[in-house]
Design a binder for this molecule. Structure first.
Ligand code: SF4
Length: 114
């Protein structure tokens, strides 16, 4: 037997062994994307990590059940064009919960004003 033998495994097997599945990687990328969006703006991702994790679960459940990453706090109308307004992140800066408020936040509280 060779001393430094190793076995090459596929990315799928590596993910299974490490406990990281495709869905989790997507969540990591989504989280990075919303952090990057917030970094360039006057709002931040909510510092309440538990809440953010719960909201991201809801967003991904919506994607699984309805096809797109719809807002976890709103009901889709099943009108594709209309429901595009509910894809996260939405244009929450025009909404009552955010605009003109010092402590404004998006409907769900995923994003909060700095
Ligand atoms: S309200 Fe917040 S969580 Fe919902 S879609 Fe808009 S940005 Fe995303």
């Amino acid at each position: 037997m060779a001393e430094n033998a190793y076995v090459e495994i596929s990315a799928e097997e590596a993910a299974k062994i490490s406990g990281v599945n495709e869905n989790q990687v997507d969540r990591v990328k989504f989280r990075e994307a919303i952090e990057a969006l917030a970094a360039k703006n006057e709002f931040q991702v909510n510092p309440d990590k538990e809440k953010v994790s719960m909201l991201i679960d809801g967003i991904f459940n919506n994607e699984q059940n309805h096809g797109l990453k719809y807002c976890p706090c709103r009901l889709i109308a099943k009108d594709f064009v209309e429901d595009l307004k509910l894809v996260c992140p939405c244009n929450f800066r025009i909404h009552e919960t955010y605009k003109d408020k010092e402590d404004g936040e998006c409907w769900c509280g995923l994003f909060v004003r700095r």
